[in-house]
Structures are given as structure tokens and as C-alpha cells.
Design a protein around this ligand. Sequence first.
Ligand code: FES
Ligand code: FES
Length: 168
Amino acid sequence: MEHITINGTDVAAPEDARVSLLDLLRDQLHLTGTKVGCNQGACGACTVLVDGDRVLSCLTLAAQAAGRSVTTIEGLESHPLQDAFVERDGLQCGYCTPGQICAAAAMLDEVRSGAPSYVTPDLGAEHVALSRVEVRERMSGNLCRCGAHNGIIDAIMHVAESEKQEAA
Ligand code: FES
Ligand code: FES
């Protein structure tokens, strides 16, 4: 039987090939931190990481994650973004927050690896300078209906700047 590693624990992949990763997480494993928003790829509430890359779990079949490593918001419990979101008012109702934090964690990795975005001025540059415009573009797949977007950007910038200072 195929396995999926979820937050470090191996679980059996569902036998029914039609089960989405989102439904596996919430309905079968009771990892309800991952939220169902639109269930059709438009809001980002269901974002999780598969082998470190962000994916929309409502549009991903659980079978596609077989043999891979999935991280949900429960697996990012000690990530510095958690405190930053609280301290910088990055959440209000909090419904979109798990997806925002998962997307932000992966986004910061993308920036560290030099991956450009649609608004990166120099596509050939080895290092991408993180700006609020960059964060806005890179987080544009995650909607927050109560409008915490500015707090979310503040939180992400804070974590990125703290990392830069620690590395200096
Ligand atoms: S629930 Fe998956 S993108 Fe909205
Ligand atoms: S915190 Fe309410 S939708 Fe984002």
C-alpha cells in the first residue's frame, strides 16, 4: 500500500482514487487546520505544502501525494510566521490564516532560492530583493475576506527581515 508522509507521520493513501488531498486531511485524518473555502482553486484557504511546494489541496488528489511529504498548518506550529501573524494583525476571523501561513512559508523559500515572480524587475538576478510589491504578488492566490492583507504583508516582511538580520 502506498503511503503519504503527513507532518512527519506515514499514513496510508486512500484506496479511492477520487479523494482530494483536502478531504483526506480534514475528513479522514481530522487535520481541520486546513480550511475548505471555495473548493475550486480560487481562494487559497486549503493551501498545504507537498515536498515543500505550496499546492491547493482542494485541486490535488490524495493519490498524487503518495510517496511524498505533506506539511499542513499543524506541522508549522513553531514557524516564526505564527507569532508574526498574531503580532502584526495578520488575522481577523482567521479562516484564511492557515492557508496564508502555509503559502507564506513556501513563498519565503521560493525567494531564498532566487525564484522570480511576475513583478521581479531582474529575472536573471541571483537574489530577489523582497519588497511589499513582491509579497503582494506572491501571495495573490490567497484571499482574506476580512481584509487582513496589510497585516499579512507586515508579518511576512517582519520574518524575512529578521532572517536577514540573523544571517548578517
Ligand atoms: S478551497 Fe482550495 S482554493 Fe479555495
Ligand atoms: S482572517 Fe478572515 S478571511 Fe482572512
